[in-house]
Design a protein around this ligand. Sequence first.
Ligand code: CA
Length: 246
Amino acid sequence: MGGVAELLVVEDDETIGTALTTGLRAHGHAISWHRTARGAMGAVNGRGFDLVLLDLGLPDLDGVELCRRIRTAQPGTVIVMLTARAEEMDVIVGLEAGADDYLTKPFRFGELLARVRAHLRRSATLPQAEAVLTIGALVVDVAARRVTLGGAEVQLRTKEFDLLARLAIDAGTAVSRETLMADVWDAHWFGSTKTLDVHVAALRRRLAAMGDAAVPPPITTLRGHGYRLELPNSQELPNSPELPNS
Ligand code: CA
């Protein structure tokens, strides 16, 4: 992306907010800092942001609800939740509300910076693939960044699409956690990979929510290894015939 990235920080804690804004400015980002949901919505309605760092515990509105409103106002922005609530359900609710990623407090600034950079880079380093991948009723148009299931369009977030595309490229084959983290998020990723599990869960839900459109190919969890997007029984490995079975 060209130019200076515009970041919105929504954080009512003075110590954390000061550390975040000071550190991010020092790395060349333009920062608007707001301590309330009301202030954040005013900022969001006034201009576009590349990325939003959103504390879930705000004084005037639940952070998840604010997340939903920001997502509606700016469909293209990246939202990273900052949460002291590490419970899986809270994270899932936030992702359902439109967040792309989350960080659990306390976190190191270096970890936050790595995530911000990875998200601003925006494009996953996906391997070369056919322009259109067909896995049963699921069609992943890599070039157009479009997914359909039984002909109905599936709305996915940026990272959800990248993740599905990465799995689809090697459909029928196990893809390791390390490969998924490196290709979809960042080549030099460090820290928790729980974001991967949460995105897989969100992806499964979005596909299942297509209802009667068609049965989506399952994403199988391979404990201790990674994930595999399953091919229908009748489908040979069309996209990567040279790869061995796991
Ligand atoms: Ca707070």
